[in-house]
Design a protein around this ligand. Structure first.
Ligand SMILES: [Cu+2]
Length: 146
């Protein structure tokens, strides 16, 4: 092995050692942790779906492998719904068919969309991010009635 190769390998090992020491220091000394507790996130402190005014609703959805934590929901035609979404494990998708709602459910963050349901019917919800072996089971439905 040439001297320059040994030098490059030595620098590489030293940089890896520094990064590893920094990760250990941050994890143990400064309490840096991956985001986790959904219940402490503000929108998720209340019930899942509730009415805020006439034909105005707020819906809090948690995506988990491999379903959406939300009850069967039914809104009257013309309702405006504020949707707050997060994930309890990995990245998921949240697309409401026949609307422009297309969100990412990311652990530790809350995504938001507002949608108005103008026509009655069923609005299927599907996950559009491959999230594991049960991904195809991640479906839901919103019913809009007269
Ligand atoms: Cu999925």
């Amino acid at each position: 092995m040439e001297r320059s190769e040994r030098l490059v390998m030595g620098i590489g090992i030293a940089v890896m050692a520094v990064f590893f020491a920094l990760v250990l220091l941050l994890a143990t000394g400064f309490g840096v942790d991956v985001p986790g507790c959904i219940t402490e996130m503000k929108p998720f402190e209340q019930d899942t779906v509730f009415q805020t005014a006439e034909k105005r609703y707020e819906m809090h959805v948690i995506a988990r492998m491999w379903s959406y934590q939300m009850p069967p929901v039914e809104f009257p035609v013309g309702s405006t719904v504020d949707i707050y979404l997060t994930s309890g494990d990995v990245v998921h998708g949240f697309h409401i068919d026949r609307t422009n709602v297309n969100l990412m459910a990311v652990p530790g963050t809350v995504t938001y969309a507002r949608v108005r349901f103008r026509t009655p019917g069923e609005y299927p919800i599907v996950c559009h991010e491959y999230c594991g072996i049960g991904h195809q089971q991640m479906v839901g439905v919103i019913r809009v009635v007269q």
